[in-house]
Design a protein around this ligand. Structure first.
Ligand SMILES: C[C@@H](O)CC(=O)SCCNC(=O)CCNC(=O)[C@H](O)C(C)(C)COP(=O)(O)OP(=O)(O)OC[C@H]1O[C@@H](n2cnc3c(N)ncnc32)[C@H](O)[C@@H]1OP(=O)(O)O
Length: 700
């Protein structure tokens, strides 16, 4: 028998009012939480809903998690449901495409207050009581309160409220900024509806508490406040651990970012207790080189695939590519003819979205055109089931931009494959703060099932691999401007262990891709780009790489590359424009020293990617460097190799080159901090802080 539920009414004003209904105090039972999730998702899907108001039936907003279920929560299987719902609070509610406002009358305590803080605003009556009172029950706020309350009322007040389990009244809450307005009970619902519509119409700010920083003290001051809270907690209840765990969760959010803090409450992505959803059928939009490769990888792992193109000609060309990918395996004896037929039978070519109604994952793999991708995602949202994950294979475009014309940001994820997609092992799973962890866990499962090595990365231009390796070619171009020979640099990099050097690689991918990627990086990271004119000068003369038979090398026949003395005309002009004079010191360098000048900037960018949270672990960057860019495996990956050299030396050399040549070599803060602390580059911010504390406290 269900224990409580939620009810929803959609008004003619386009506001959906969701009531928590579990008398007498609207405790948040599992039934209530799942019902709430369902109503929220319905409100987000409905075209007649512009905004949402969340309130409690009767004279209570919510007294928080159903404490009568607490005994069950200590059983692991119960925790899983709560974990899924905790992730929903953030991913579906706070980051949804429609604003929600909490209308609070009576108690909003524990998870009840946490629920209200997930909304973009809070309106309350003078009768409201607001507090995070969990510690009195021996648990910590588990629905994000450790992250949102400090960002709404400041760290000191938030810790006081949590440590003492002490609610505050509406007036104080309004003064602190925890509620946005205090109104009479008769006006509460209408004022909350109006407020929600005002956010919709940009008349009021769209605030996500999780990402507010204006109330947070500086890390140094915060550290003092947190340590004082620890000292007080130990004095008041020396034997209790959960207050200290609560303080740790608050600190993790301040040091490593609110999502890390949320995970501290509920650690990890894969150990969240989330289980991957079953993916029975996949759709792919676009079957050019990438789309056909992705389709090949999927049908080889027995996934039925719906392949869509714009016309018969393009569709047949794509299917022919897939046939050729499979026939190549038959020719090599890796696949029998029968297996070939059976695998190909999993593929269905279409020219419309009719068959998309039954897919669980849709992957867009069209050209890097923002408007086209936005249109496709709007169509996918319309034709795919509401649970279907909507993925893009983009290699540089911001996922938030791609999903801009949808209300489905929580299920939009990047699946960045590397050409040829059915062969290259790396798969970057790109998540935005809005992407649901459930979608990520499901994609990790699919990635493994199609025999990829998936890594989860954040959303930025180039994601992890291209972002990390962008300086590879940039450094090489800078060295050429300062007098070094193109072919010597390539030779130094192949001796280092790369299969091809930066210039041969640029010929291979083509100068058009190099320039387009360069423009993306120049637009997003202008201070990190070395602006060389060498490639644009060669493009002007129709030298565009291997495809035009002339690039940095000359090509006779199939892929035979020979040095081309003609390029010196372009090199000299590039040096003139750069105003760079050849440096005799550079010409004395041996291949090992040249490789360091090319790869230390790659390490530096890898540290930025780690420091910004685009990659969650240094080991992910090792995998990405080996499987995505061919970094020599025997060196263990870019970060492993860097730690074998030591952050201090890398920093010293980069600083020297920055002074001597260009700010392109400027060491980033992540690298500087670890060099200064003598820690490995994989050291987390908490390790940094603990080491600093040990130094301050004299090693106690
Ligand atoms: C998600 C995580 O962060 C974890 C949490 O949310 S932990 C829960 C935090 N919540 C609280 O600390 C609130 C505890 N409740 C109260 O402070 C008071 O009950 C009240 C202020 C909400 C109401 O007080 P009052 O009007 O005096 O009524 P009673 O205290 O007698 O309570 C009436 C009945 O409701 C039951 N009840 C109260 N809170 C909860 C709850 N969270 N879950 C389940 N049931 C709750 C209470 O036991 C009374 O029931 P009874 O059968 O009538 O005894």
């Amino acid at each position: 028998m269900a224990k409580g539920r939620t009810e929803m009414e959609v008004g003619s004003d386009g506001v959906a009012v969701i009531y928590v209904a579990n008398p007498p105090v609207n405790a948040l039972s599992i039934d209530v939480l799942f019902s709430l999730k369902g109503h929220y998702e319905e409100a987000l899907r409905r075209n007649d809903v512009k905004a949402i108001v969340l309130t409690g039936s009767g004279r209570s907003f919510s007294a928080g998690l159903d404490i009568s279920a607490f005994a069950d929560i200590r059983k692991p299987e119960q925790l899983k449901d709560h974990c899924i719902l905790i992730e929903s609070m953030t991913d579906i509610f706070e980051d949804a495409g429609k604003p929600s406002v909490a209308a609070i009358d009576g108690p909003a305590l524990g998870g009840g207050l946490e629920l209200s803080m997930v909304c973009q605003a809070r309106i309350s009556t003078p009768n409201a009581q607001l507090g995070l009172t969990e510690l009195q029950f021996g648990v910590i706020p588990g629905f994000g309160g450790t992250q949102r309350l400090p960002r709404l009322v400041g760290l000191t007040k938030a810790l006081e409220m949590m440590m003492l389990s002490k609610p505050i009244n509406a007036e104080e809450a309004h003064e602190l900024g925890l509620v946005d307005a205090v109104v009479s009970p008769n006006d509460l619902l209408n004022d909350a509806r109006r407020w929600a519509l005002d956010i919709c119409e940009s008349k009021r700010p769209w605030v996500r508490a999780l990402y507010k920083t204006d109330k947070l003290e500086s890390p140094e001051v915060a550290r003092e406040i947190l340590n004082s809270a620890r000292v007080l907690s130990r004095k008041q209840a020396a034997n209790l651990q959960h207050p200290l765990v609560c303080i740790d969760a608050v600190e993790e959010g301040i040091v490593s970012g609110p999502r890390a803090g949320l995970r501290k409450q509920v650690p990890g992505i894969t150990d969240l207790g989330l289980t991957p959803r079953k993916v029975s059928k996949v759709a792919i939009v676009g079957c050019g080189l990438m789309g056909s490769g992705i389709a090949t990888a999927l049908i080889l792992s027995h996934y039925p695939v719906i392949l869509k193109e714009v016309d018969e000609k393009s569709l047949n060309a794509g299917i022919d590519r897939i046939k050729e990918n499979l026939l190549s395996r038959v020719r090599k004896g890796k696949m029998t003819k029968e297996k070939y037929e059976k695998t190909l039978s999993l593929l269905t070519g279409v020219l419309d979205y009719e068959k998309f109604k039954t897919v669980d994952l849709a992957i867009e793999a069209v050209v890097e055109n923002v408007k086209l991708k936005q249109q496709i995602f709007a169509e996918l949202e319309q034709h795919c089931p509401s649970h279907c994950i909507l993925a893009t294979n983009t290699s540089t475009i911001d996922l938030n931009l791609i999903g801009e014309k949808t209300n489905s940001q929580e299920r939009i994820v990047g699946t960045h494959f590397f050409a040829p997609a059915h062969i290259m092992p790396l798969l970057e799973i790109v998540r935005t703060p809005r992407a649901s962890l459930q979608a990520v866990v499901t994609l990790l499962d699919v990635g493994k099932k199609i025999k990829k090595t998936p890594i989860v990365v954040g959303n930025c231009t180039g994601f992890a691999v291209y972002r990390m390796f962008f300086p590879y070619t940039q450094a090489a171009l800078l060295l050429v401007d300062h007098g070094m020979d193109v072919y010597k640099i390539d030779q130094a990099c192949t001796e280092f262990g790369m299969s091809i050097g930066p210039f041969r690689m640029t010929d291979l991918v083509g100068f058009g891709v190099a320039l387009a990627t360069g423009m993306q990086f120049l637009e997003n990271f202008p201070e990190l780009v070395y602006k060389s004119m060498l490639i644009p000068l060669m493009v002007e003369d129709k030298r565009t790489g291997e495809a035009s038979q002339k690039g940095f090398y000359r090509y006779e026949g199939k892929r035979k590359a020979s040095p081309d003395p003609e390029i010196m005309n372009y090199v000299n002009e590039s040096r003139r424009i750069a105003g760079a004079t050849p440096d005799p010191e550079l010409l004395k360098l041996d291949n090992s020293a040249i490789a360091e000048m090319v790869f230390f900037p790659v390490i530096n960018e890898a540290c930025r990617v780690l420091g910004e949270g685009i990659a969650f672990k240094a080991s992910d960057l090792d995998i990405a460097s080996i499987f995505g860019m061919g970094f020599p495996p025997y060196r263990g990956g870019i970060m492993h190799w860097a730690d074998s050299i030591g952050a201090r030396r890398i920093c010293t050399m980069l600083s020297e080159w920055e002074m001597k040549y260009d700010q392109f070599f400027k060491p980033c803060s992540h690298l500087l901090e670890r060099a200064g602390a003598g820690l490995p580059l994989s050291a987390s911010a908490t390790m940094m802080m603990n080491q600093a504390k040990t130094k301050i406290l004299g090693g106690c």
